[in-house]
Design a protein around this ligand. Structure first.
Ligand SMILES: *Cc1c(COP(=O)(O)O)cnc(C)c1O
Length: 491
């Protein structure tokens, strides 16, 4: 299995090199030359536990890893760091399944991939005789940063620097990051929004002279952002796992089609569901749920991607994104794996901030449904679900839940799974604003205690840990100074 760039099909790399590079030199993303299909039936796969299933999926993509290497990565990733042996449990509430992807170390779904990426990367480095120290540069809208820091902290042969929008993350997210331990970690606030951070990191990755300068000093860059194929593939696993659970529990029958509804930002999570479908998972509709930054909603509706619009800070900050990087992979596939067509559209995006796909490509969007929820609707959805069932969801999951409920009468398919992407504790102030009339003015830790008592759930370890942890990272920079900051970190 080789990977090529979405902008250049002649560039072909094995999985380990694609993982190491993160982003192709031409600015494209790595995609498998052919999306593999399951080599075992779902009735066989349903008997496997999470790790065994992870191996069955990942071996189809990472075929230059030995069985021992890949199983080693999987075993190191999906262990007691997760607070349940199921890794990704499902909760049935309000006649729909919430697939809880937040049982890892940082209580958001990014842990599902970022707990394995450091292992995939270090094995890839060894396989390819990389002598340089790997430097992970990451832009975060809140959750990636902490999950990457947790994954890479004190991993030998690596350093990690995370850029976050100074005022664009929740207080808990920020506290989680600035208290990060590990001698190889650095966390930097940027005066700008997430897209500024992401564009800055991309510019560094595309700066060949700078990369050479860094190499002379014994370093090479890699990315932990969701564009890395080493993040996308591990995310396919839980959709297959969820389907298999429904099958095993007799909630659906063999070949029944399900719907999957995903609160979407950078288009990584839902793209993994798309890959699962292409691999043979019986999926009816993939529902892309957006918040007020509904650039994806508009794209899926009209075929026009246009980022020229105001950036809105919402109560679902991990979805506050106007440039959804992973969409490029879908564009490439919609174009019939046409690298030139994809490159032209991406050129339009970088020059005009806008592109439009042709009718043929538009037709291929029929497997998707789109919807969006305003902040008011999102908070109302948290309250509705709690009042009806006692189950509390976070502000991101609530976007998807609301969108699903607004579309459900139009849906066929047997059951629907909603990707639940964060613990409500991570966004406690917004969640409590939705649930209680007197949350205003209370600090986050008080609200966390109140959330625990009304939801009858235990405060997660990740929150307890940051309560008294000292702040270790205080740097804040202008967005023009990212490169300089990287140089400083490496000297
Ligand atoms: C990252 C994130 C999302 C968006 O996922 P994408 O893969 O970027 O579309 C949604 N919810 C939460 C809590 C997240 O951390």
């Amino acid at each position: 299995m080789l990977y090529n760039s979405t902008r250049n099909k002649n560039l072909k790399l094995p999985a380990s090199l694609a993982i190491l590079k993160g982003l192709s030199d031409d600015g494209g993303l790595f995609v498998p030359q052919e999306i593999p299909v399951f080599d075992r039936t779902l009735d066989e796969l349903k008997e496997l536990d999470y790790r065994e299933l992870a191996y069955e999926i990942m071996k189809l993509y990472f075929d230059d890893f030995t069985e021992e290497e890949l199983k080693g990565c999987i075993a190191s990733a999906y262990d007691e760091k997760f607070d349940t042996p199921e890794i990704a449990p499902m909760v049935y509430a309000g006649k729909v399944y919430y697939l809880e992807l937040f049982h890892g170390k940082t209580i958001a779904f990014k842990d599902m991939a970022l707990s394995i990426l450091p292992h995939l990367l270090t094995v890839s480095a060894k396989k390819n005789d990389v002598k340089e120290e790997i430097v992970i540069l990451t832009a975060t809208s809140g959750d990636t940063g902490k999950a990457a820091l947790a994954g890479f902290a004190d991993v030998p042969g690596t350093r990690i620097m995370v850029f976050y929008p100074k005022d664009g993350v929740s207080p808990i997210q920020k506290l989680q990051m600035v208290t990060q331990t590990g001698a190889n970690t650095s966390v930097v606030g940027v005066n700008g929004n997430f897209d500024d951070c992401q564009s800055g990191v991309k510019a560094i990755f595309n700066d060949n002279a700078f990369k050479e300068e860094i190499r002379q000093k014994g370093f090479c860059f890699s990315s932990a952002n969701s564009i890395n194929i080493g993040r996308l593939v591990p995310q396919i696993v839980y959709y297959v796992y969820a389907y298999c659970r429904l099958l095993k529990d007799g909630r659906i029958n063999t070949n029944d089609r399900i719907n999957i509804c995903v609160p979407t930002g950078n288009f990584g999570n839902i793209l993994a569901a798309y890959y699962a479908k292409r691999m043979g998972l019986p999926v009816n509709k993939l529902i892309c749920a957006s918040n007020d930054n509904k650039v994806l909603f508009d794209f899926l509706k009209d075929g026009v991607y246009d980022k020229n619009r105001p950036f809105i800070l919402t109560c679902s900050p991990s979805m506050d994104i106007l440039i959804s990087s992973n969409l490029e992979r879908l564009i490439y596939h919609l174009a019939g794996d046409d690298d030139e067509k994809c490159a032209l559209l991406m050129k339009d995006l970088s020059e005009k901030g806008r592109y439009e796909i042709d009718d043929e490509m538009k037709q291929k969007l029929s497997g998707f449904l789109e919807g969006y929820a305003t902040q008011e609707e999102t908070l109302a959805e948290i309250k509705r679900l709690y009042d009806e069932t006692g189950y509390v969801i976070d502000t991101h999951t609530a976007v998807a839940s609301r969108v699903y409920n607004s579309l459900k009468d139009t849906l066929t398919g047997e059951e629907t799974i909603i990707a639940s992407t964060a613990s409500p504790y991570k966004f406690a102030s917004s969640v409590m604003k939705a649930l209680s009339n007197d949350s205003a003015g209370k600090d986050d830790m008080t609200l966390i205690d109140e959330l625990s008592s009304i939801s009858n759930t235990e405060i997660p370890q990740a929150v307890i840990e940051i309560k008294n942890a000292p702040v270790r990272h205080t740097t804040v920079i202008e967005k023009e100074d990212m490169k300089k900051t990287v140089t400083g970190f490496l000297s």
